[in-house]
Ligand binder design. Structure first.
Ligand code: UDP
Ligand code: MG
Length: 318
């Protein structure tokens, strides 16, 4: 059986790294090809609206290397959309994603493929010896711990850009917004087998990280969102509706009780209980409306995930 590998690489202003990256990937994949783990491969760069010469460097490489392909965006849409575009376009039976900044070492590609061949659908990289500053590692640790606890997926590094997938996984998930951090969660939700391998990690040599210290707060948001997404993404109404109905019922009971009193001739206009009852009803109704709106948003999001309008051009040597 002929087997093809696609390497998908999101790029946002990485001009200093690309040439070396291509050379390293090619060297490593050639070695893998001789051991017959794969028969053919493609390297798909997705240029996420870079303002530097990244795009030109990749186009030059395409002139001499038939394996390289480039998808360009009109502007910076973010890493998730870059991955999504690559996933839609990839032809491989196995897809590997990797950052463009030389922090992920292409020599690990072989181990990723071997792990997939053990029967896993998604193999996530774990930067066990992570060479990033502490202010990046700490919030990441917290995010990973919480996400792992809430999702029940026992991996250490959800956000690692270095991952391998079977084709079915990338074709069945939609990555957008900040979803690139939850790909293992998305995959597990679709019933795929997820595991991890520890990978070598290098310091960033060129350019700067594209994600700053807003990581601290984002880590917290991400933890809450990943729990919510895993449990309620399909039907947010089940979450909001439940709270809404409880509040509405308690409010209804309180107001019914007061109405009875009123009919019996007791004054109720100044009772704090009246304010509470009315508030509970109003807030309950709000929660239910929120659930409805959330349902509409999920529906629209799913449709939008299928369009590839943000792609400007696709370069490929015929
Ligand atoms: N990236 C991207 N779009 C963005 C931000 C980042 O395509 O808006 C790419 C970036 O070029 C790199 C990868 O995503 O290849 C990871 O980014 P970075 O190294 O800045 O993240 P970190 O390693 O700091 O988590
Ligand atoms: Mg990096």
């Amino acid at each position: 059986m002929k087997r093809m590998l696609s390497v998908v690489i999101p790029v946002f202003n990485e001009e200093g790294s690309i040439k070396t990256l291509i050379k390293n990937i090619n060297t490593n994949i050639q070695k893998i090809k001789t051991s017959e783990l794969i028969d053919d491969y493609e390297i798909i760069f997705v240029d996420d609206g870079s303002g530097d010469s990244s795009q030109n460097i990749i186009k030059e490489a395409i002139d001499t290397d038939v394996h390289i392909k480039l998808i360009t965006f009109r502007t910076n849409f973010g890493k998730s959309k870059a991955l999504e575009a690559g996933f839609r376009y990839a032809k491989g039976d196995i897809v590997i994603t990797m950052d463009a900044d030389l922090q992920d070492d292409p020599k690990e590609i072989r181990r990723f493929i071997e792990k997939i061949d053990e029967g896993y659908d998604l193999v996530s990289g774990w930067k066990e010896n992570r060479l990033d500053p502490l202010e990046k590692r700490l919030p990441s640790k917290l995010f990973n711990w919480v996400t792992s606890k809430l999702s029940g997926i026992k991996i250490h590094d959800f956000n690692c850009g270095y991952k391998a997938y079977k084709k079915e996984v990338v074709k069945s998930i939609a990555v957008y917004g900040e979803f690139h951090r939850y790909i293992p969660v998305l995959a597990k939700r679709n019933g795929f087998r997820v595991t991890e391998i520890s990978v070598t990690h290098h310091k960033r040599q060129h350019g700067a990280s594209k994600f700053g210290c807003e990581r601290y707060l984002r880590g917290l948001y991400d933890a809450i969102s990943s729990w919510f997404l895993l449990k309620y993404y399909e039907k947010p109404m089940y979450f909001f509706g439940k709270i809404g109905l409880i509040l509405l019922s308690v409010g209804g009971l309180v107001c019914s009780y007061l109405t009875c009193l009123w009919f019996l001739g007791y004054p109720i206009g100044t009772r704090p209980l009246l304010t509470l009852g009315v508030m509970l009803i109003l807030i309950g109704a709000q929660f239910i409306s929120m659930g409805l709106i959330a349902n509409i948003l999920v529906d629209q999001d799913k449709r939008r995930a299928n369009d590839t309008l943000y792609i400007k051009e696709i370069y490929e040597r015929k």
